[in-house]
Ligand binder design. Structure first.
Ligand SMILES: Nc1ncnc2c1ncn2[C@@H]1O[C@H](COP(=O)(O)OP(=O)(O)OP(=O)(O)O)[C@@H](O)[C@H]1O
Ligand SMILES: [Mg+2]
Length: 365
């Protein structure tokens, strides 16, 4: 089932939460909605599910206007952000729920429901858990059951709102691979919400980056990493260094910057900001360099380096075995050579200061 959303808006108490969403999801596609907290991801899913109504806009599913359909007529499988299995029901009864509460006329006979539950338990690889209660399950097992409950009604569309949010990293990785298999085998159209970039890019055919009620960009991992559509996307993708530069014939110029690795941009001459990820900067030893190594710590694989010039600090992550690494002892002078970066013309007004190092997030490796 394909989904087409056009110019959708929604406000809560006068505060806009969706500000004109246009999105098409192809039949059988797995799309991830990625964005910071409060950007409107859950609200958009709820509107598709019929649990919330937009103020304006269209929601068309395979040629049918879904805004005219009640939630129960949409055949949606929904796994919620904060999973809620029925605690007083066994795993089997939880999975059977959506079928057993149907009105008598459309409810399958008991034996057929039981057979469907058996099939799902096997498909989800949780056959041994059928008689247990939710309290007797691990978080990962509960999420499998929650997905089983969503799949039991043979949904036309599967909506997953941070289904792995509460789980630890290793379990998330397992479930991610498993979910991709489940999706491929059921062929359902799936929208998956997360604010974990790695999860979004690994799982999805396409990633939709949302910020403050708008779609900022749609693309795959390389497109969004290499060509962020806005400063918001660049920051969200981990560009924590914002360097004021001057564009001259499409090339970024700034003291202590070697921009030779960056392609020329078709942008007007003048002030601009260069957005860089710490891992995309290679410091080059240079006795006359503007920047000085203030800190250099190894975690075994990566050197975390702070480069300083007066009050400005730039974080750099360099593989420990990179040829440049040996020269980067404390106090060494260097030039910045970015291997990749995004440039946006500076907004009118004062140039942005270089992002201070305090904002840098330590990432587990
Ligand atoms: N029923 C409601 N009444 C009032 N405000 C709401 C309601 N539901 C959501 N909001 C507000 O709408 C905005 C978007 O909420 P939403 O739940 O869609 O965000 P989200 O992207 O899913 O965030 P998170 O990643 O934290 O789950 C938030 O500012 C939220 O407080
Ligand atoms: Mg949410």
């Amino acid at each position: 089932m394909s989904i087409s959303i056009e110019n959708m808006t929604k406000s809560f108490g006068g505060t806009p939460v969706l500000r004109g969403i246009d999105l098409t999801v192809e039949s059988g596609e797995l799309v991830a909605l990625l964005g910071p907290s409060g950007s409107g991801k859950t609200t958009l899913l709820k509107i598709i599910a019929g649990l919330e109504w937009p103020d304006a806009g269209a929601l068309d599913v395979h040629g049918t206007d879904w805004l005219r359909l009640a939630a129960q007529d949409r055949r949606i499988g929904f796994v919620f952000q904060h999973y809620a299995l029925f605690p007083h029901m066994s795993v089997r009864d939880n999975i059977a729920f959506g079928l057993s509460v149907r009105p008598r006329a459309t409810r399958p006979p008991k034996a057929q429901i039981a057979a469907k539950v058996d099939e799902l338990l096997q498909f989800l690889q949780i056959t041994h858990l059928g008689e247990r209660y939710p309290v007797q399950l691990s978080g990962g097992q509960r999420q499998r059951v929650a997905l089983g409950r969503a799949l039991a009604i043979e949904p036309s569309i599967l909506l997953l709102d941070e289904p792995f949010g509460a789980l630890d990293a290793a379990v998330r990785r397992d479930l991610r691979a498993w979910l991709r298999d489940v999706h491929d085998q059921t062929g359902s159209t799936t929208i998956f919400v997360t604010h974990d970039q790695e999860e979004a890019f690994e799982l999805a055919d396409r990633v939709v980056v949302m910020g403050d009620g708008r779609i900022e960009q749609i693309g795959n991992a390389d497109q969004i990493h290499d060509h962020p559509a806005s400063p918001f996307v660049a920051r969200f993708m981990g560009a924590t260094v914002e360097l004021p530069v001057t564009l001259n014939a499409g090339r970024a110029e700034a003291p202590g910057l070697d921009a030779s690795r960056l392609p020329r941009r078709a942008l007007p001459d003048g002030p601009a900001t260069l957005f860089l990820r710490p891992a995309d900067i290679t410091p080059q030893a240079d006795p006359n360099g503007r920047w000085q190594v203030a800190r250099c710590d190894s975690n075994g694989a990566i050197l975390r380096i702070d480069l300083r010039d007066g009050d400005s600090t730039i974080p750099v992550d360099l593989p420990r075995r990179a040829p440049q690494a040996a020269a980067l002892t404390r106090g060494a002078r260097v030039t910045l050579r970015p291997e990749a970066g995004a440039i946006f013309p500076a907004p009118r007004g004062a140039p942005a200061p270089i992002t201070p190092v305090e904002h840098r997030k330590e990432k587990a490796i």
